[in-house]
Design a binder for this molecule. Sequence first.
Ligand code: ADE
Length: 268
Amino acid sequence: MKQKYIYLLFVLITCFTPYTLLAQRIAILGAMPEEIQLLESQMTHIKTKEIMGFQFKTGILNGKKVVLTETGIGKVNAAVVTTLIIKEFRPQSVIFTGIAGGISETLKQGDIVIGNRLTYHDYGRLTNDGLSTNATRNPITKQQNPLYFSSDSVLVTLALAASKEVHLQKMSAESSQPHITVGTIVTGDTFVTSSTAVMNFQKTLQADATEMEGAAVAQVCWQLHVPFLVIRSISDKANEKASVDFQTFKKIASDNSASLVKEILKKI
Ligand code: ADE
């Protein structure tokens, strides 16, 4: 009899506890302040937790429990923060938002790439003919990781659905409305300003966009079995004009990526 009451109490508590209290958080990462600014400005119930010098902001965004942080630029910083956020907050998934250099000719500034697979462009064997890229290895299982880390297919599907509803900013009054595509993102510890590198990434890795953190986040999530998604908006074309274009377009591109992430949250 007593057991029956305990069970009833459990059912009642479960039914009447708001979803937001029970759900696991969604971790959202960006490398630079600009990349997370829009999301932070729209979060409510913000609390800041400092871990090893990094500031993790927990709160609610579009009705979902999130934890948001800035990783800093580059693969090592991204890997450190991804590991910390998974260890500390046990998120249901990790979403990276930010900007990238466009590799595919069809991409222009402000467009978005939903990264369905990510790889490194600077990991492998350096030979007289240049770099021969290689897969990484999981240091715990000793197994080789896949050469391309696949984003979570459910999150990619939700991102595509969110694409139909999101409002993106145009780069100028004369520009066309930004497009959203699914594609391959290549990551390395270099800001790419070379049309030779662009052609090489296209030919050898079938890259659509390049940036400096995505595959590192993907590798950590892959090895720790956490679903992930990388969203990037194009700030430049990774060519000789990239440094100037990056400065001009980084804010709008950052906000376009963040806007899509907000729309994805509604669908999770
Ligand atoms: N992020 C934005 N533009 C980039 C570029 N050209 N190279 C690497 N990372 C970037």
